[in-house]
Design a protein around this ligand. Sequence first.
Ligand SMILES: [Zn+2]
Ligand SMILES: [Zn+2]
Length: 444
Amino acid sequence: MDVLEKAFELLSKHALCEHCLGRQFAQLGYSMENNVRGSALKVSLTLQANDIANQKSAEGIKRLKVLATKGFSREAQETLKHLKKRITKKEMPGNCFLCESRFELVEGLTQKALKVLEDYEYSTYLVGIELPVKVEEREDEFKAAFNIGYGESIKHEFGRLLGKALGERTGKEVDYLAPDVVVVVNPFLEKIRLQVNPLFVAGRYRKIVRDIPQSKWFCSDCHGKGCEKCGGTGKLYPESVEELASKPLLEATLGEKSAFHAAGREDIDARMLGTGRPFVIEVSKPKKRFVDLKQVEALINAAAVGKVEVSDLRFTTKDMVRRLKKGEGAQKEYLLLAEFENELSDEDLHMLEEKLSNITVKQQTPLRVLHRRSDLIREKYIYKVKVKKVSLKRALMEIRCQGGLYVKELVSGDEGRTVPNVSDLLKNRAKTLKLDVLNVIMDG
Ligand SMILES: [Zn+2]
Ligand SMILES: [Zn+2]
C-alpha cells in the first residue's frame, strides 16, 4: 500500500478531519496522535499536488481542490489562492464524514466532565464513550469498503483523548478494572454521565446485647411504609447492627444509600462476642471517599454504646463481599445455656461431649426458618463440644462447628429434623435459654 495514495483515495470519496484521516493509519508510526498523522498526510499530499500542478496544471489543481475541500486543509486552500484558483463556499463540505467534526468538542467535553467531577472525591477514573449506533456502523462500513487494516476505532480514540485530557487536568489515575468513577461521555449528544462506583468498608462487629437484629427488619404488615403495628416506623425493631454501623459512615461519605454484608448472622436473641463478626458496608454513590475511618469508628461506637461495637474499619474491595459470603461456612464458636426437662447427671455431660465432638450432623432446614429457606438436609461438622453443669437442670455448652449449623436445633432436635441432637441423645428434652457467638473464624 502506498500510504499517501491510500489517504488521497479516502479523501477523494469522503470529507475527513485530521483525526479521522489519521486514525485510518493509527498503527503506523509511534508517539503521535491521529490528528498529527492526518495533518502530516494532508500537508504531504498538498506538496505532491503542488508539484503535479507545476507540471500538468489540471490534475494538480484537481487534487489541491480535494485537499482544500474534503480535507479541510488550510495549506491546500492557501496554495490554491497562490495559484490564483478559487474554491466556492458551495464546494466546502459541512462536516467530517465519520465524526461529524465532533473531535473539535474534546476540549469542551473535558471541561464539562471536570465540572461534573467537582462534587466527588476519587483517586481513580475511567472514561466510557457512548456513540450513536449509526456512527459506529458508518465507520465499520467505511473500513470494509477501503480495506483499512491499520485503523483504531472512533470510540477508542474519543476514549483515549478524553481520558488523557482528564488525567492531565486532575492528576488522577486511570483504572480499567475497578475505577472509583466512570465518566460516560456521548460526544454526539454532548452529554456527560457520571457513574460513581460504591465504596466498600470492612470491619468486625460485636453485639453485646440481645434483641437487636443484624439487618434492618421491615414491618411484616406495611413492609416499610409505616403503619399502626409498627408505630409508623416501618420496622419491627427500632434499630439493627446494620443501621447502627452504617448511619455514621453514610453521613461521612455523603452516600446515597448503603448495604450491609456479613459473614453469616446470629439470631436476634444471640449476642455476638469475641473478636466480632466480619462485615462489609457498601456505600452507593459516595461523594466523599477520603474519610477518616478511625473517626467514623469512634462515631459509630459512641452512638451505639452498650449495644454494638465495631472495630478494625478499613477500606476494601467488592471482592471482600464475595469472600464474606463464602465465609458463612467458616468455623463458628458458640456459647449456649441449655435447660433440660429432667435433672442432669455427670454421665450425661460426658456422653454429650463424646457423642457430639468430631461428628457430622444431618440437619433439615429448621421449622422456624422454613418460610425463608428451602427445605433441604444440610451436613455440618462439629469439631468440639464442651459441657458444664451450672444447676440441676441447666448446662453451659461450648460448641465449635462449621458455620451454618443451627445450634438451637442441635439442642432441641427440632422434631427429629436435626440428627443427632442433645434431647434425643439424653432422652431428656432440652431447649436453649441464651446463645452467644464467641468467634467467627475466617480463613484468609
Ligand atoms: Zn472526523
Ligand atoms: Zn408497619
